[in-house]
Structure formats: structure tokens, C-alpha cells
Design a protein around this ligand. Structure first.
Ligand code: NDP
Length: 258
């Protein structure tokens, strides 16, 4: 195994990042590669992934594009097989793909409710199902592995009209706490990251006019986090000594009150 260094503490590790074609996932993939990990990047938009792989390789890293939809269990199992075949299996999963579609509940936007549940809950679980065996195996072999789930500050706070999104993220946070207790005994650390507002494509999918105005107003009155801020947090969690599991991280824009 390659030697670790302070500058590249993830040398020798293999990371899988979902939602890697934009925003937080893309930044995390680049940062984990900078820290020395080989990175498998997963999302639906294949061209974006190819560009990301090219950027990582240009900077001296190694990456693998996995064009897949996380709501498709079979595709995820095939992706896990490719990671095993090409990189020998994952020891770090950044389970990050998600969508936010706020709307007043009385509008009964049931298709949007379902999209959020399918991606933020079922897609997250499909990814856990596909990669947990690799994480457990890697932890047994090398003494540590990481499962880092992207939740949101919405898991804790009340934002009117964000009920379904918030509930999916409360699921992610609570699930992560349970899995930490369950998998920690097998040396798999589990963490939930709960960001406040981060400037990504997430906001561009919002169709509700009230929520769009609220977001626009927020953008004008505070400096949002950048995807790189979250990427650094992911890198920090994975670089801690194997005995230390930072269970839950809330990272807010300094100017965001709640
Ligand atoms: P983006 O919209 O930029 O990224 C979402 C990513 O998810 C994209 O790469 C997208 O790729 C991928 N994705 C969407 N649907 C699927 C699917 N069915 N299968 C596979 N991949 C999919 O937003 P963010 O980077 O902001 O979002 C990342 C995570 O951060 C989400 O879980 C979000 O809820 C969370 N979060 C974001 C905050 C913010 O303010 N931005 C705050 C708190 C949490 P593609 O379309 O190519 O499949």
C-alpha cells in the first residue's frame, strides 16, 4: 500500500461519490482525489462525469466514471462490481445525491414528493446496499472505512413549505446515527453532514415561486457556502485517526441565522 503523508492523507484509499456530476459531489470528488484517494464518481450525466474524471487525471489523480441512476438498484450493484474490479473495492462512500423541491403541502405536488423520497431516501439506501459489503470488508482489512451521508440543516430546523424534503433529510440523519452504532463495531465510521445553504444546482430545480423568491432574497443578503466548503469537511472526516468518528457536522453560512 502507498505511504500516507500529511498533505495526501487519503493515499491508498478508494472513494465512491454519488451526485458527483455537479455541486457538492463534484467538489468532493476533486478534493478527495487531491488528498490522494482514487475516486469513483457516480451520477446520471455521463458527459459531466467524463469531464470530472479528465480534470482529476490532469491533476495527477485517478478516477472512474460510473453513469448510473441511484434509484435503479440493479445499476448500483453493477457500479459496485466495477469499483471492485477496477479499484479493488471502496473504503469511503460519500452518499450525496439528492434533490430539494419545496412546495406548500396543500398543493399536493405528489410527483415532487415522490421524486424526493425516491432519490433522497430510496436512492441513498440502494447505494448503501450496493457498497456496505465493500466498506465492511475494507474496514476489516485496513482498520477503517467511512460512510458519509449528506443530510441538511433541514433535518433539524423548520422551514415552511420544505416538509417533505426536510423529512427525507431527517431520515438521513437518524439513519446515520443508527448505522454508526451498528457498523462502528466493524470499524466503519458513519457520519451525517448537515449543510446550510450551499450555492449549487440544487436551487435551480425549485419550481415553487415562493421558495424561489425566498432563496433569491437569501442569496442577496448573505454569502452562501461553496461546494468546496463541504468538500473540505468530507476530507477532514475521512482523514481523522481511525479511532475518531465525527458523527454529525452542521456547517452553516456564517450569515445564515437558522
Ligand atoms: P446539485 O443539484 O448540484 O447535485 C445533485 C447531484 O445529484 C447531481 O450530481 C445529480 O446528477 C445527482 N443526482 C440527481 N438525481 C440522481 C439520480 N437519480 N441518480 C444519481 N444521481 C442523481 O446539488 P447539491 O450539490 O447541492 O446537492 C448534493 C446534496 O447536498 C443533496 O443531497 C442535497 O440535498 C444536499 N444539500 C444541499 C444543500 C444546498 O444548499 N445546496 C444544503 C443541504 C444539503 P445527475 O443529474 O447527473 O444525475
Amino acid at each position: 500500500m502507498a505511504t500516507q503523508s500529511i498533505a495526501r492523507p487519503l493515499t491508498g484509499r478508494v472513494a465512491v461519490v454519488t451526485g458527483a456530476s455537479s455541486g457538492i459531489g463534484a467538489a468532493a470528488a476533486e478534493h478527495l482525489a487531491e488528498l490522494g484517494a482514487r475516486v469513483a464518481v457516480l451520477a446520471r450525466r455521463a458527459e459531466r462525469l467524463d469531464d470530472l474524471v479528465a480534470r482529476i487525471e490532469k491533476n495527477g489523480g485517478q478516477a472512474l466514471a460510473l453513469a448510473a441512476d441511484v434509484t435503479d438498484k440493479t445499476a448500483l450493484l453493477a457500479a459496485a462490481d466495477r469499483v471492485a474490479a477496477e479499484f479493488g473495492g471502496a473504503d469511503l462512500l460519500f452518499n450525496n445525491a439528492g434533490v430539494m423541491l419545496p412546495a406548500p403541502i396543500e398543493e399536493l405536488a405528489t410527483d415532487q414528493w415522490q421524486r424526493q423520497i425516491d432519490l433522497n431516501v430510496s436512492g441513498l439506501m440502494n447505494t448503501i446496499a450496493a457498497f456496505t459489503p465493500q466498506l465492511v470488508r475494507a474496514a476489516a482489512e485496513r482498520g477503517v472505512a467511512d460512510l458519509i451521508n449528506t443530510s441538511s440543516i433541514a433535518a433539524q430546523n423548520i422551514f415552511p413549505n420544505f416538509a417533505v424534503y426536510s423529512a427525507t433529510k431527517a431520515y438521513v440523519t437518524h439513519l446515520s446515527r443508527h448505522l454508526r452504532a451498528e457498523l462502528g463495531t466493524k470499524k466503519v465510521r458513519v457520519a451525517a453532514i448537515e449543510p446550510g445553504i450551499v450555492a449549487t444546482e440544487l436551487q435551480s430545480h425549485v419550481t415553487d415561486q415562493g421558495a424561489r423568491e425566498w432563496l433569491q432574497d437569501s442569496k442577496e443578503t448573505m454569502e452562501w457556502l461553496t461546494p468546496q466548503d463541504i468538500a473540505q469537511t468530507v476530507g477532514f472526516l475521512a482523514s481523522l485517526p481511525p479511532r475518531a468518528n465525527l458523527q454529525q457536522v452542521t456547517i452553516m453560512p456564517t450569515g445564515q441565522p437558522s
